[in-house]
Ligand binder design. Structure first.
Ligand code: DGL
Length: 271
């Protein structure tokens, strides 16, 4: 019975669709409800408190839509809100975080670059990742401001995007990084432009598939459904619909995200 209930996925914008893409590759029958909080992005330049507030409102909404599991398809929101969400809700919650461990295992030069939002790189969760997995590796965090906006504007390979990428990737390459982690779910949509700058020898790690694998584990054998994808956005639905359809390579309908959640948490959000 429960296989007909969807999995709820959210991000500050369309970036989380890079995770949805991987989830559907592994679990093609899964029903998914996706929320893009485009009106409030970029999360990476907001306070943790604000991001937590938005995460709770969206989680409430997704529970109201019947979600049986929640995927925080946003590194920034995972760092700011995953713990509080897990304390407040009983359903399984899967988050995403910069793949420091796989990068440290993969590097040959001993230098890895983490491309992420400022908020992710300043978070205590990221500090903990460095402490656990970064002892024998030089891990350089590069706050990549502006890239989320490029993706949201549909500029996946334009001059502004290439210029910003060159500015953010340059210091990592100059420092000798041979492995670069895409620490924000928007960045996989920039992969061709990133590859053009870093060249073929640099390893690029996108943790999207690892998250999809974790979702599959959490759902167990229960990954059936009607293969539906319902999308909601707090941004301009027409613009978001055009962009999401382009990113996924199929036509998706996008409905406006209702303003208020419905109160499905078991206790109030901590400060
Ligand atoms: N996709 C979000 C992430 O993974 C971007 C956050 C933002 O809006 O700055 O971090």
């Amino acid at each position: 019975m429960s296989e007909h209930r969807p999995v709820g996925v959210f991000d500050s914008g369309v970036g989380g669709l890079s995770v949805v893409r991987e989830m559907r590759r592994r679990m093609p029958r899964l029903d998914i409800v996706y929320v893009s909080d485009a009106r409030h992005l970029p999360y990476g330049e907001k306070s943790e408190e604000f991001i937590r507030e938005r995460s709770f409102a969206i989680a409430d909404f997704l529970l109201g839509e019947g979600a049986r599991a929640l995927v925080i398809a946003c590194n920034t929101a995972t760092a700011a809100a995953a713990r509080a969400l897990r304390e407040a809700f009983t359903l399984p919650i899967v988050g995403i975080e910069p793949a420091v461990k796989p990068a440290a295992q993969a590097t040959r030069s001993g230098i890895v670059g983490i491309l992420a939002t400022a908020s992710t790189l300043q978070s205590s969760r990221y500090a903990e990742l460095l402490r656990r997995f970064g002892q024998f590796t030089r891990v350089i965090g590069q706050p990549a401001s502006g890239l989320v906006e490029c993706v949201e504007a549909g500029e996946l390979d334009g001059p502004r995007t290439r210029e910003l990428l060159a500015r953010h990737l340059g210091p990592l390459l100059e420092a000798g990084a041979d492995t670069i982690v895409l620490g924000c779910t928007h960045y996989p949509f920039l992969l061709p432009a990133i590859r053009a700058i870093v060249g073929p020898a640099v390893r690029i790690i996108d943790p999207g598939d690892a998250v999809a694998r974790r979702v599959e584990e959490v759902l167990g054998s229960d990954t059936g459904g009607g293969a539906t994808l319902r999308c909601f956005s707090s941004g301009d639905p027409a613009a978001q619909q055009a962009l999401m359809s382009r990113l996924l390579g199929e036509t998706v309908a996008v409905l406006p995200l209702p303003e208020r959640g419905r109160g499905h948490r078991r206790e109030a959000a901590p400060g």
